[in-house]
Write a new protein. Sequence first.
Length: 149
Amino acid sequence: MQAYSERLGVPASWWALTVLMGVSGGLVGLAFGIVPTIVLALVLGALTAWATGAYGSARITVTETELCAGRARVPLSALGAGVALDPEQARALRMENADPRAFMLLRAYIPGAARIEVVDPADPTPYLYLSSRNPRRLVDVVAALRARA
């Protein structure tokens, strides 16, 4: 059972840009006729939509035993304290205060984030930086499940 689940989908404006990319491809094709116009518009629009969808498909889930963030799967027993970051703290942690060893599931269009310590001595990762629209809830769920374990 999932105690927490969040999809880090892209904003609607990014989908509008996908349409504009298709239109741009069509404009390039105008010099070569109607068929290249249609083909370029469809191909460029489809490629941009695929890339946008793939980028926005990142998920954060927390189950009874582990936290999954993107491709990372971390047992709750390996996690320590978490902190919900406001937009200014999140910006500082992903820029000048960032640790290059940290795991970052970063989406710049999401202003909030959670910082969760990794306490496993065998893991060199000091913390997880997870962009989240609900960082307080994410940190609270992880803390509650760790306390029960």
